[in-house]
Design a protein. Sequence first.
Length: 530
Amino acid sequence: MNGTFDAIVVGAGLAGLTSVAYLSKSGYRTLLCEKGQKPGGLVGTFWHQGFAFDTGIRAVENSGVLFPMLKQLGINLYLVPNRISVGIEDKVILIDSKESVDAYRELLQSMYPDNREEVEAIFGQIKLIMKYMEVQYGIDNPIFMDMMKDQQYLLKTVMPWLVRYSLTVPKITKLNGPVTGFLQRYTRNKSLIDIIAQHFFHETPAYFALSYLHLYLDYYYPRGGTGSLVNSLVDLITTHQGEISCNTEIASIDAMKRILTDTEGRQYPYRRLVWAADMNTLYRLVDQDTMPDGDVKQAVNDRKQLLEGKTGNDSIFSVFLGVNLDKEYFANRCTAHFFYTPSRTGQSAAGPIPVGQDRAAVEAWLEKFFQLTTYEVSIPVLRDSSLAPEGKTGLIVSALFDYSLTRQVADQGWYEDFKVLCEKAIIKVLDNSVFPGLKDSIQTMFSSTPLTLAKLTGNHEGAITGWAFSNQPVPAESRIPKIMNAVKTPIPGVYQAGQWTYSPSGLPVSLITGKIAADQAIKDLKKGKA
């Protein structure tokens, strides 16, 4: 097998890029296959009419993972702190320190004066959770350290941390239930619960959601846009003779012969495979007919059945705007990363998502929903002045949105009208509230939907953080101490990495699982395992 690769990685998101970076840097012949036109997945930056826009995540989170990974790989990426602000109606606060939790508490108490004591109790819990998170992310992740070379770090930092961490994990585990249910222990005010919870995905675990005031302080923005992180990894991979093949969609996997076949009929023999793409696709493409009957075939079939009917987490609807307003207009109102809720009412007042209803019902619901939901507004030029023309500003305005409703709209035949309706509704809300004059200043505007994300990334249902928390069970590891096992699959010679391997997911998990999968593959290759 002359053309055999030591390792093939499928999926060029951050998990896949991380795996290939470590494999190629270690001297192994490695191929990265990506079905899209370019690597990056949900991380990337593109230009349109002179404005830079980030495609997926709006900033990158360190969490004791990103910085040590960059250091270990020898990547020098220029990052600036990503200042976050939160607004409700006409009030905006800055999240710039641990003390900002008090400003957020006061903001909610001013909005809900009849629930002051309930807000106080909720924020008592938030402060406890933030302390747990300080332990969880209290050191640089040891996965990205060479413990043999840094014995002092192991003894003086990692070992004491492990003791604190082991005592904290049970406390975190108790907060695994949905954040909405957690908040209902403290208040019956549905609007108050909504305003806190609608920032997050449906049924997000309480510990994950309520720790965000701490995590917001750990976000950074790469100069040149989030795509600079992708470019840095690509440069490292190509420098170490790693191969990247875009527009390469895998059609089948012969796990017994260790051969991938793409949709053009090209075959790629491998010794180890890291699957960093959609998990449903892996089990759909693996050829069970080539497997001998026995435990392996049964385990693969069991895994395939477990995934049936499981749904992806929320997706997003995004509007990309280039406007004839100077960046100072926005700097006087918010920060470069802004979470804004135009009404204290809460989005539950819009009613349930109208899946299965006709166009008129959907349109009526959309009109209410966009007046009540929470928006994530990203303004790249406030972080890097080169990312928009002089005197102008580019904005990305996003809201969590349901894939199944978008799919229904497309099936009903009014997808383009739907996009225009959503764009107009979002602009109207922002123009009438936090950004007066926005509507008349628009130079360019276009949007993306959950269907766009599903098409561009291949992610199941356009999900942006893997599996929905409402799945029973969630088909991914969720126990923090067991994350090392998250990369294992029942398929011989195959590891998995990325947002589908662990829940709740995100950038740090993609980097961690990408590194673990690479380490496991390297260990096997060194030992010459079959």
